[in-house]
Design a binder for this molecule. Sequence first.
Ligand code: IVH
Length: 682
Amino acid sequence: MEAKVEERINQLKTLINYHNHRYYVLDSPEISDAEYDELMKELKELEEKYPRFLTADSPTQRVGAEPLVAFGVVEHRYPLLSLGNAFSRDELLAWYSRVSKLSDGRQFSFVCEHKIDGLAVALTYANGRLVTGATRGDGFRGENITQNLRTIRSVPLSVKKEAPSRFEVRGEVFLPKTGFHKLNQERAAEGLPLFANPRNAAAGSVRQLDPRITARRPLDIYIYALGYAEGKTTPESHWETMEYLKSLGFKINPNNARFDSIDRVEEYYREWVEKKESLPYEADGVVVKVDSLPLQEQLGNVGHEPRWAIAYKFPATQATTRLKSIEISVGRTGTLNPYAVLEPVSVGGVTIRQAALHNEDDIRRKDIREGDRVLVQRAGEVIPEVVGPTPESKQSPERGKEFSLLDKLKRNEQGHPLCPVADCGGVVVRSEGEVMYYCTNAACPAQAQHRLELFVSRGAMDIRGIGESQSALLLREGLVRDVADLYYLKKEDLLKLERMAEKSASNIIEAIEKSKDRPLSRVILALGIRHVGGEMAQILAQEFKDLDDLKSASREKLMSIPAVGPKIAESIIAFFGQEENLCIIEGLRGAGVWPKSEATGKEAVPLAGMEFVITGRLEAFTRQEAEARVKELGGTVKDNVTRKTSYLVVGDEPGSKLARARALGIKELNEEEFRHLLERKA
Ligand code: IVH
């Protein structure tokens, strides 16, 4: 029995690793997600039941281990180098002629790779298993981020037996543009500072002390070097080394190319200058490498930089224009967000009229003033940014005065600054130690609109048919004052709105109805608690039974959750301390929007969503007792076996249900296994 289980576990691991590789490394899956999930489920269950067979390299172990207090230090056996840059054709050719001179007239070829904007890591494998993953650090010593790198699906946890007994590969961890975009949208919704670019986002994700957060970020990796290898001879060229690493299961950028002349290298570069926006990742140039490894060795390094490679940078997407004025918008949580209104300018083929300016301190630090000529920058998907005034502008005698956000605001009779939103009239404050100013009016129209937009958005309650303009209309017409009011809308109400057709009204009502059974994490996210975005909402939904449970959580209870720090804890408590928000919670409860915890662990409803069918006589339970136990744990008991049945519990003298379950491939439990399951989950 035991041997059989172990065999099946090993078989599942091999299968899942194979499909992981097809999906995450080769981008060419062979089975459906559902089939994959089935395999994972079976493995997880076996490992749960037989924990002695659970190993660190199991594909189930990518979800993220317990948080760390600090990262350990890893000494790199060979330093991780950086690269010299070429900013022009002349500089590339100068590099080429240096290399030519030093290579004694021998012919050589080049490998061109994209210089991906992420962060360099080194992965060490011993006896086929990933043992250490480290950041570059200062090149000599990096941080031990093994736990986090293990969560990246395209990092193999183990490699084929034929691999060198010990070796290190190096590569770039990055966040694809789409993932970066999504993460920043979430952060904007949470009122958290945005990541300036995918590089910072990747670095921030990988250097999380809580690997569960890393696990939720869609990080990826391309391997670009073999650091060292023991116990095996490896190829003599960089290109073949990459092919070899590919055969071991590593992800190599398919856009890499090998050329035998510098002219072809230039062509490759020019081609990608044109096409770089279409890449799924951010790249800031082409790394040109000498292909021959013996020649690389002969060329050696100067300081931190190898002579055998150079980064040929893409032209910067920057331009200068006039900053017409600095305006202020109000965010969902009431923050006053300054932004630049620019004379339209084309940056890398895109016309820019506005750019983010973050906050007053930042504007002053960069010394940006209205009327200045400013340098504007855009990097791929990133929101355009004002870098700073041009040097000439800075010296101009007619320059405007230093920016002050408060100067932009009207004041009330008591002299307090007021929210810039029309019809708001809320007083604006800036708390000690905070960089942002806030509008204190809970009923501020701009905030209400943003809250409603967040509530109905895809990642939250996903209510289709209510976009920006409908949200504004609903609020303006007084049909909705807070988000819970949505659930009390009638079709007749909607029909009163401008340009609202019968069909759209029905669709909206239906979409609202459908949103009632969104899971707890979505509802928590939809509430728009400051600093609580998608990731945090999921964590909270696992820790708390329902909104009441979250509402009454103490600071201590909140802080006992590893991913929750004082800022988030305070924010949650402040949220539920506000009368308006309690009204919303009651409104949701009244409308039946009341999801339960998504706990996967022991608490709450461990058998939620599981359907049991019982056949035959059980020894230790009557049928009623068995049913009651399953229900207590959140499961259901049905009379008939269907595709949805999770388990068939098989007692003495089973009936025809057994045959049907077998035909459908439903999992069977004997009485002992059933009892174990109940005990384990209870
Ligand atoms: S080769 C000595 N290849 O660029 C060679 N680096 O400034 C060093 N990078 O820290 C690395 N894509 O993080 C190499 N295809 C690529 C790269 C790449 C991005 C980064 C890497 C390194 C930095 C060098």
